[in-house]
Design a protein around this ligand. Structure first.
Ligand SMILES: *Cc1c(COP(=O)(O)O)cnc(C)c1O
Length: 455
């Protein structure tokens, strides 16, 4: 049989022309976003004050299976896509496993992650609507970088609220964003009412994603010609990220490969939702079966230890309520946690799939994640992002199980990005100073007690 190449590339002509909306094939649809004041489903006109019109349509559409990718976005995709699907021959050899391991590598662009796939789509719709600019939050900085790149391409202004601890720890990230013309403000800031309130209540706080979201939303809704954009969690983001899964499936189909297990790290759920989309679609339609595994940090375990409930998406409680697996919008992971994926909730689409038993989830501790990252870097060459390394950890563990049982399973995982800006975390790991932190049940219960009461 023809040997599978190290890298399976698609031709430009084989790149997806539509995004796939997984919700169209779900029997149990994800629960609707609710107005935080009335607890009624958000109407399109209410959401249109916050988000771009076309994106509101995508957000609320549970029935259209395919959305054509506009030509302008496909042209931008052509600059860095199709991304390679790599056969991890060297890792397989090192592990001495009969498993066949593939990874879809999304780190081949300046933002260093998959986030550019949605950033360019959101910037395109903002431009098409005639807006002046957009606001957003960023934690580690990948999303802010991706959005800065997308905004500069379309000539839009971009205001980024960056979690203060990252702003201070990652000055280089900040400068990349400024190179693309974005303004970057550490959050919480004194520029917004919600920032001032949070600072008054928690002086000296180093910020959180939930806080930065509140600030970005406030600025978008109070500034003429601006809307807010978000890099994960939302249905529209999963829709755009389906390009990852569609390309993966096309590449595997080219060689007649059928995966047994598909693994992805899960922060807000966008890369995982995108990677699994077409495969989950087959499972939902009864055409094929796969195991899907979401991997999250033990320090921020929304799927594995969270509650499936309506919650705020942000700390300032200005955003709509979403039904999701959540640790509570006030939950802030331990400052010792360096491995990313710090969001308190999870995409409502993935939450519903998990609740319906269609997807598994597991959590891993950060030292084990960095061990896997280092092992991977040493044989496959790529320096992985800590977030991506959660998926590497579980892919290696599954491959080692195959070694015990002799099963030749095919494992596909998402390698979402590179870790060049995470060397402080790698340094801690190398110096033996990295510690694992797992929240106690009491801490989680205290956070759950503050969940909004929704009938
Ligand atoms: C943002 C990010 C993630 C997590 O976000 P999801 O929305 O869960 O995909 C994972 N990996 C990298 C490299 C990221 O930048």
């Amino acid at each position: 049989m023809e040997k599978i190449p190290y890298k399976i590339y698609l031709e430009e002509s084989e790149m997806p022309k539509s995004w796939y909306n997984l919700r169209a094939d779900m029997k149990n649809k994800p629960a609707p976003l609710l107005n935080p004041a009335t607890h009624q489903p958000m109407k399109p006109e209410e959401l249109a004050g916050v988000f771009c019109e076309e994106l509101v349509k995508q957000e609320l559409d549970d029935t259209t299976a395919y959305f054509a990718i506009p030509e302008e976005i496909r042209n931008f995709y052509r600059m860095y896509r199709p991304s390679p699907l790599v056969r991890a021959y060297c890792l397989e050899e090192k592990l001495q496993t009969p498993a066949k391991i593939y990874y879809k590598f999304e780190g081949n662009n300046t933002s260093g992650s998959h986030k550019l796939n949605s950033a360019i789509a959101q910037a395109y719709y903002a431009k098409k609507q005639g807006l002046k600019g957009v606001t957003t939050e960023t934690g580690a900085g990948q999303w802010g970088t991706a959005l800065s790149m997308a905004c500069s391409y379309f000539g839009l202004d971009c205001k980024v609220y960056m979690v203060k601890v990252s702003y201070e720890q990652k000055p280089f990230r900040r400068e990349v964003m400024r190179t693309y013309g974005a303004s970057v403000t550490p959050s919480p800031s004194m520029e917004t009412a919600v920032g001032r309130k949070i600072l008054a209540e928690h002086p000296g706080t180093t910020g959180s994603l939930g806080c930065a979201i509140s600030e970005a939303v406030e600025v978008a809704t109070s500034t003429e010609g601006y809307r807010y954009v978000l890099g994960s969690v939302l249905n529209q983001v999963l829709l755009h990220q389906s390009v990852i899964g569609l390309e993966t499936k096309a590449a595997l189909d080219k060689y007649g490969i059928k995966p047994d297990i598909i693994i992805g790290c899960a922060g807000g759920g966008s890369n995982l939702g995108g990677l699994i989309a077409p495969f989950m679609g087959e499972k939902l339609r009864g055409e094929a079966d796969y195991r899907f595994i979401a991997v999250e940090p033990a320090s921020c375990p929304s799927l594995t230890r969270g509650k499936y409930a309506y919650d705020f998406c942000d700390t300032g409680m200005v955003c709509p309520l979403a039904k999701m697996y959540t640790l509570g919008s006030g939950f802030i992971p331990s400052p010792n946690h360096a491995g990313g994926l710090r969001y308190h909730g999870m995409s409502s689409t993935l939450s519903q799939l998990y609740a319906d038993g269609l997807m598994e989830a597991t959590s891993v501790e950060q030292t084990a994640v960095f061990q896997a990252a280092e092992q991977f870097a040493r044989v496959e060459g790529i320096l992985p992002a800590p977030e991506s390394s959660h998926a590497i950890r579980v892919a290696i563990d599954e491959a080692l199980k195959c070694k015990e049982t002799g099963e030749e399973k095919t494992i596909v995982f998402g390698l979402t990005g590179t870790g060049y800006f995470d060397m402080v975390a790698y340094e801690k790991f190398h110096d033996g100073k990295m510690v694992d932190y797992i929240p106690t049940d009491e801490e989680l219960q205290a956070s759950f007690a503050k969940l909004p009461k929704v009938e």
